[in-house]
Write a protein that binds this ligand. Structure first.
Ligand code: PMT
Length: 402
């Protein structure tokens, strides 16, 4: 029995690949760990392993039909999607990954993936050339952006006789990783305040000054902090992203609105992640009507916006402060200077520039705190957010200081 997995409700999805034979062992090990398992099989999976085998190891009839009235009477597919604490698709073929990445729902398994709020884990298994194909890789990236976990594949000899990446991870590894996933709770009970995205500083009713921040880094951090058990308040400038369902969401437009929203909420929070690319200036006066084209030159007088992070740093009781420094040059020295000037606990030096960091899917950062420094390889913002939250949680638990 594994105390973390005991009584956890796991849906195991099996799709049509030779690695499906490992699914039976995976289900057996999950039950040994104390989890309650329901198995969903695609039609192609049944060519590799029988529903009877999966029924025997899971102790329950297998679900395989979206329109099976008998199964729907016992537990409907929406109910099954709600029932799950986690859904693990093992093996996940290139085909099922493509379908899920594109939001298709033409069978029971893909419908469950769309209908669930549970942790969704895909365990790829396929020929190495299929895995490395740029279409598959684009799907992997899309799935990670949607906060799904991709575990593996392992590298080694394959059923097709080739050697390379594409092997399904071993059942024992999957059980260990699942257990670790449920154990995160590293920010359990913590209040986390996050700013994200750009701000808009009005020039006239139809024009504004802004930057190319997409909000992706801040939203990914919000999602990861929620995964780690925190209560998250997300104060966001104007972006085209859907806020995490479990975050308290406060949309703002300008830097001064963001400043007010932060100061109203910061006193109750344990950690403040200042990810927003806040405009340093606003227009001294905003034209009440659209400015018409006339003179050859137009001068806008800009005034400094308040520095939100520096203001929070001066509060008598301040949260653990994490700032970001987006720089095109002298990354570390400039970030170091901001860390000192703004009296932060941690700063994340973020490489930006043409096709780098701001507005992109991937990010490259170096974290500086106390006398330490850690450089992360370029990775998706979703993956990076999980790493950063783990690092911050570690610091919080070890005691904090500037
Ligand atoms: O949104 P994405 O497209 O995903 O891109 C993410 C990001 C690149 C915008 C993000 O990771 C990032 O680096 N954010 C900081 C942007 C920046 O340049 O900050 P700054 O160097 O101007 O400010 C330093 C710190 O002070 C930041 O934490 C900022 O939020 C904060 N600040 C700045 C100005 C201001 N008036 N108030 C502030 O709180």
């Amino acid at each position: 029995m594994n105390p973390v997995l005991a009584n956890k409700q796991i849906v195991v999805g099996v799709t049509g690949g030779i690695a499906a034979y490992k699914s039976a062992d995976f289900v057996r090990r999950l039950r040994e760990a104390g989890a309650v398992v329901r198995v969903v099989m695609t039609d192609h999976a049944k060519a590799f392993i029988t529903p009877l085998t999966m029924q025997a190891v899971s102790g329950h009839p297998v679900y395989d039909d979206l329109f099976d009235l008998q199964a729907e009477a016992a537990m409907g597919h929406i109910e099954l999607a709600r029932w799950a604490d986690a859904m693990v698709i093992a093996p996940a073929t290139a085909d099922v990954m493509a379908k899920i990445a594109h939001g298709e729902a033409n069978d029971l398994l893909t419908t469950l993936c769309l209908a669930t709020r549970a942790k969704l884990i895909l365990v790829p298994a396929m020929n190495q050339v299929m895995w490395e194909n740029s279409l598959t890789q684009a799907n992997v990236q899309a799935l990670q952006t949607k906060h799904m976990y991709i575990w593996g594949p392992g590298t080694g000899s394959q059923a097709c006789g080739e050697v390379g990446p594409g092997r399904m991870l071993e059942p024992i590894t999957l059980v260990e990783q699942l257990s670790a996933l449920f154990m995160t709770g590293s920010l359990s009970g913590k209040q986390v305040l996050i700013t994200a995205g750009p701000t808009h500083e009005a020039i006239d009713p139809v024009r504004y000054i802004t930057n190319v921040s997409s909000g992706k880094m801040g939203y990914a951090l919000a999602e990861s902090a929620i995964e780690a058990g925190a209560h998250v308040t997300l104060i966001s400038g104007p972006v085209h992203l859907v806020p995490p369902v479990r975050a308290e969401y406060i949309p703002v437009i300008s830097a001064r609105q963001m400043y007010n929203a932060v100061l109203q909420r910061v006193k109750d929070c344990d950690i403040f992640l200042s990810v927003a690319a806040v405009s340093d200036y606003h227009c001294q006066s905003v034209a009440s009507q659209k400015i018409a084209k006339s003179a050859e030159q137009l001068t806008l007088v800009l005034e400094r916006n308040p520095d939100i992070l520096a203001t929070v740093a001066e509060l008598p009781t301040r949260p653990y402060l994490v700032g970001f420094a987006a720089e095109t040059d002298h990354l570390i020295s400039k970030a170091q200077a901001k860390w000192t000037k703004k009296k932060l606990d941690m700063i994340i030096a973020n490489e930006v520039g043409e096709q780098k960091g701001m507005g992109q899917e991937d990010n490259t950062v170096t974290v500086l705190w106390k006398n330490q420094q850690k450089a992360f390889a370029t990775m998706s913002k979703v993956k990076l957010a999980r790493e950063l939250i783990a690092l911050i949680a570690g610091e919080i638990h070890n005691g904090r200081s500037h």
